[in-house]
Unconditional design. Structure first.
Length: 355
């Protein structure tokens, strides 16, 4: 009897354990996965240099005061939490020239003012425009952060920078403005004349293909991604290794005709409008000086231009925006960000926007 009782007890225990496992598994199946987290966001309020001008936000007066001191006004357009802004400030505005930054040159030759592109402070821009920061950012077509606007004494924008620049690259723009070279030339020409040292050797990429006729190329079945590089590009090596070389990026780029052009080459190509030109002349026509620049085309039209530093997460978001034709749903690739990141976070995966 004891044996029968023990046997029956064990049997019941096994059944109860099986039921418990089943119940737990069903509960787990019904409970949603925890949302992933967004990492890499910077606290920009702690990053803003103390020497930035405490402006009354009348840009006419600020520009006039800067001009009277033989300076230019520098408007640093940012967004709270933007890691690209924090890096730009740290590398250029807070690091001494002896340590590779531009701190002293900026303090000596520019009056720097912060503009929050989502802010609500009222700014008097000129005689006819007095609007909140966010509306002024829209009027000035600020789409990337950071964006730097350089103003002369007449409160005119004489140069702009869209996105992060290394100290070496930014110094050329600072010199261009300080010397008032904008009165006689454009910055792409100035950069090519003054930045000539070799810092980059072209790296191969398995997705690259050849193309010279881009009028035909933009009408192909696949979208087109063109990268412009040259030997003076100090961000190209990093961009290949940290962004283009990632398996996830390669998968996305398989959806494109991916072409590289040497911005310093005199090789003849045909641009999307059918003009015979060169890569450098094409960039100059577009007003682009940054390397590496990328242009994205789909369905016969240009969708977006990459003219500043992007880390892997944001680059993959941009490429997905074009490849999946999300431009038919969203005005810009950045406005597609909530959907793109939301789909990833729902799976429980974290997103590091600074990788």
């Amino acid at each position: 009897m004891l044996f029968s009782w023990l046997k029956e007890t064990i049997k019941r225990s096994v059944i109860l354990a099986s039921l418990l496992v089943l119940i737990i598994s069903q509960l787990n199946a019904k409970s949603p996965k925890p949302m992933g987290k967004v990492l890499g966001v910077a606290d920009l309020e702690k990053e803003m240099p103390s020497y930035f001008k405490n402006s009354f936000l009348d840009f006419r007066e600020d520009a006039e005061e800067a001009g009277a001191a033989d300076k230019h006004m520098l408007v640093f357009a940012d967004l709270k939490g933007c890691p690209y802004c924090a890096k730009m400030l740290k590398d250029n505005f807070e690091t001494s020239e002896k340590e590779g930054g531009n701190l002293e040159f900026i303090k000596t030759n520019f009056d720097s003012i912060q503009l929050n592109i989502k802010g609500s402070r009222e700014i008097a821009f000129n005689e006819t425009t007095e609007v909140p920061e966010n509306k002024l950012a829209e009027a000035l077509q600020v789409r990337f952060t950071p964006t730097l606007l350089f103003m002369n004494a007449d409160n005119e924008v004489v140069a702009r920078v869209n996105g992060y620049r290394s100290p070496r690259e930014l110094k050329q723009i600072l010199n261009f403005v300080h010397e008032k070279a904008y009165e006689s030339t454009d910055f792409p020409t100035y950069r090519q004349e003054h930045l000539t040292d070799t810092v980059y050797t072209f790296l191969d990429h398995e997705n690259l293909s050849e193309m010279t006729d881009f009028q035909k190329g933009i009408k192909a079945d696949k979208p087109l991604a063109i990268i412009f590089e040259d030997k003076t590009c100090d961000e190209c090596d990093r961009f290949h290794k940290e962004v283009l070389g990632l398996p996830e990026t390669k998968i996305i780029l398989k959806q494109f005709n991916f072409v590289r052009l040497d911005a310093l080459s005199d090789k003849e190509i045909i641009d999307p409008e059918g003009n015979k030109t060169t890569a450098g002349a094409w960039l100059k026509k577009e007003g682009i000086s940054y390397r590496p620049t990328m242009m994205f085309y789909s369905e016969g039209k240009q969708i977006e231009k990459l003219t500043g530093l992007l880390k892997s997460f944001h680059f993959q978001q941009l490429a997905s925006f074009v490849a999946n034709k999300k431009y038919n749903e969203y005005p810009t690739w950045s406005e597609y960000g909530d959907e793109y990141s939301g789909d990833i976070l729902k799976t429980g995966k974290d997103i590091d926007i600074w990788k």
